[in-house]
Ligand binder design. Structure first.
Ligand SMILES: NC(=O)c1ccc[n+]([C@@H]2O[C@H](COP(=O)([O-])OP(=O)(O)OC[C@H]3O[C@@H](n4cnc5c(N)ncnc54)[C@H](OP(=O)(O)O)[C@@H]3O)[C@@H](O)[C@H]2O)c1
Length: 279
């Protein structure tokens, strides 16, 4: 039988950990979230982060900017928050409206306040272990560690090469002595590669065009499903859970898998950022 690795349990454990650490501080940290425009999914994510902050005693401040905000105005808001010593973490909610230069915006955030871990300095620091690590890759690692899934010497295959997920995750798994392969839309013979994976992480989010099925999975593998798609209004992952049942040893579900852990790792990064600013 495939065991389901609940993300909720992991998220609860992380929140408990953070809450205890926040209680020991003289003053709780503050997270600033900048949202440009009215993207529905972004509004949901911002609310989830604010709710998670409240649960552990972290303060959050939301800065809503209109969708026609100019690059200069956004950069000066970021500069203001960079300089504000009351603010410990900054998130610029992505995606930004297409008129804005996302790379320039990411690079404008003070790397010590970069809770998303997307600044080039933080991405580079991953090579030597990292401090502010992008939240989704960090969440995947926290799930694997919580359920004591061994990584050293294992064949890890990641289907995703984005800056947000696949690339940082590959580095984290490499740092933990896994043998890592990254796959993407141009990969040939994907099934040959995934069938050799002891640990298979899928973050495509293109159901039904891309579905990870049982024939792609090695017997006894651990499957981490990061991808999110909507089918008939329902949120689903990349994995066809019925077809991997009994074949995979472990599977993270969607929903209630990596998602809630990602939100909890935002809190972990706010605390890490505060500590970095005090050093
Ligand atoms: N659960 C969570 O907390 C969480 C957090 C963040 C993201 N997500 C989800 O994770 C997914 C990925 O996010 P992202 O921002 O990294 O998206 P992205 O930049 O669109 O990345 C998707 C990746 O999938 C690859 N891909 C697409 N079609 C493929 C195919 N047929 N075969 C193999 N690979 C294929 C793409 O390859 P190319 O590079 O060649 O295009 C790309 O590397 C999305 O569904 C997103 O919603 C979930």
């Amino acid at each position: 039988m495939t065991s389901i690795l609940s993300g909720r349990k992991v998220a609860r454990a992380i929140r408990k950990e953070i809450k205890q650490q926040v209680l020991l501080l003289e003053k709780p940290p503050t997270l600033a979230i900048i949202q440009v425009g009215e993207d529905d999914a972004s509004q949901v994510y911002v609310k989830m982060k604010q709710r998670a902050c409240r649960k552990v005693g972290i303060q959050s401040a939301e800065y809503k900017l209109p969708s026609n905000t100019q690059q200069d105005a956004l950069l000066s808001k970021i500069q203001e928050l960079n300089q504000n010593t009351e603010i410990n973490g900054i998130i610029v909610q992505l995606p930004l409206p297409p008129s804005l230069n996302t790379i320039a915006v990411i690079e404008a955030v003070n790397p010590f306040k970069d809770v998303d871990g997307l600044h080039p300095l933080n991405q580079g620091r991953l090579l030597t272990g990292g401090s502010l690590i992008p939240c989704t890759p960090l969440a995947v690692l926290r799930v694997l560690d919580f359920y004591e899934i061994p990584l050293a010497g294992k064949n890890a295959v990641i289907i995703n090469r984005s800056r947000l997920v696949g690339r940082p995750l590959a580095q984290l798994l490499l740092n933990r002595d896994a043998t890592v392969t990254i796959c993407h839309s141009k990969t040939q013979d994907l099934t040959d590669i995934t069938q050799r994976a002891d640990l298979l992480i899928s973050a495509v989010g293109r159901r039904p065009k891309f579905t990870l099925t049982g024939d792609m999975v090695k017997e006894g593998a651990t499957l981490v499903d990061v991808g999110l798609s909507r089918i008939e209004g329902k949120v689903v992952g990349d994995v066809d859970a019925a077809s991997v049942e009994g074949r995979a040893a472990h599977l993270t579900p969607v929903p209630r898998g990596v998602g809630p852990v990602t939100v909890a790792t935002v809190l972990q990064n706010v605390l890490t950022a505060m500590k970095l600013q005090c050093e």
